[in-house]
Design a protein around this ligand. Structure first.
Ligand code: ADP
Ligand code: MG
Ligand code: MG
Length: 339
């Protein structure tokens, strides 16, 4: 019997369009003889679109409005064997959809409520990984109320880290709302931007040298495996939104030209982080590598990484011999497996 799969895409985050293009690739790649796939696009307002509008959204690359309240759609989602929530960022990758699917009793691809929620929040991730002994940059948390009530205390935290530093909304992706702050005169603008997008903001120190950026894929549930390591290279000052989504701005090197010993540390660290965060199914784990000192710092864990045919995560597994189609099939199998 064919498995019935519900593929969710779009959603309310800034990564709506990225998600729809990932979904197009996955839809084409799930073998028709094994799976009966129904795509449902979620609009930018969070409404679930009926089939015709979903098809239009997949073609045009955006679903701006229309659709049903989520609860109506979940009721009609009964009868699916599994859901592939191919959603990035808040209201999709952060445990909210995962909670809804858990309540509905439908198995789904990827991490559960806990792993999704903790991995989405850059501060919670850092706290959990610190307790697992995984090296990371120095950081400080600030909440919006402090920024409004006592901005000096927030500025003092930045001064402790020194400049340049990074200011980021705690719960976003795709570099949205992230600033590299070169000195105190740039700090307030960066904090205002980040607090406009999130209640919680993380301030992060930078390493002394511009780090190299390494990424590795993890696949599995309680016995996960790591892919070869990849490297991103780009000319811009950091891997910002434009660099991520403008064709030709970044180069991907797989395998990363690094010593075997460093690649092993990346893979080991990624698996350790995956377990510590209680991730499942898949994750892309990103590191900073400071060549001058040999230092390897874990930057973040993405529980639903970009998933087009040319995205880093599928490319990493392709390099180890697992093609795109086999990879998405494996992910659905993992969703149906006992953990
Ligand atoms: P997102 O979840 O939006 O991808 P990241 O934390 O990965 O956010 O930051 C985006 C990019 O900003 C990174 O890929 C890197 O280029 C740069 N960056 C972020 N934090 C630091 C840091 N502490 N030191 C150096 N570069 C950083
Ligand atoms: Mg991220
Ligand atoms: Mg990132």
């Amino acid at each position: 019997m064919k498995k019935r799969i519900l593929l969710l895409a779009g959603g309310q985050s800034g990564e709506h369009e990225v998600s729809l293009s990932s979904a197009r690739s996955v839809l084409n790649a799930l073998p028709r003889d094994q799976f009966d796939v129904t795509p449902v696009a979620i609009s930018k307002q969070g409404r679930w679109l009926p089939p015709t509008e979903t098809r239009q959204a997949l073609e045009s690359g955006a679903a701006v409005s229309g659709g049903d309240l989520v609860l109506h759609r979940v009721a009609s989602a009964e009868g699916y064997d599994a859901v592939f929530p191919l959603l990035h960022g808040p209201m999709g990758e952060d445990g909210t959809i995962q909670g809804l699917l858990t309540l509905a009793g439908i198995p789904f691809v990827g991490s559960g409520v806990l792993g999704s929620a903790v991995s989405m929040d850059k501060v919670m991730t850092k706290q959990v990984l610190a307790s697992a002994g995984i090296p990371q940059v120095e950081w400080r948390l600030a909440v919006r109320r402090e920024w409004h009530g006592d901005p000096e205390s927030v500025r003092a935290r930045a001064a402790e880290l020194g400049y340049p530093l990074f200011v980021k909304p705690a719960n976003l992706g795709s570099s949205v709302g992230i600033s590299k702050v070169r000195g105190p005169e740039e700090l307030d603008a960066a904090l205002t931007l980040a607090f406009g997008l999130d209640r919680r903001v993380i301030l992060e120190a930078m390493t002394a040298h511009k780090p190299r950026e390494l990424e590795v894929g993890v696949l599995g549930n309680d016995a996960p495996i790591a892919s070869p390591v990849g490297e991103l290279r780009f000319a811009s000052e950091f891997y910002d939104y434009e660099t991520k989504y403008t064709e030709g701005r970044a180069e991907v090197h797989i395998p990363a030209p690094i010593p075997t010993e460093v690649a092993e540390r990346v893979r080991e660290g990624a698996l350790q982080a995956f377990r510590a965060l209680d991730c499942a199914g898949l994750a892309r784990v990103d590191f900073f590598y400071v060549e001058e000192t040999g230092e390897l710092l874990l930057n973040e864990v993405n529980t639903m990484p970009g998933f087009t045919q040319t995205s880093m995560y599928p490319k990493l597994f392709e390099a180890s011999g697992l093609g795109y189609s086999e990879l998405v099939t494996r992910l659905v199998e993992l969703a149906l497996d006992e953990r």
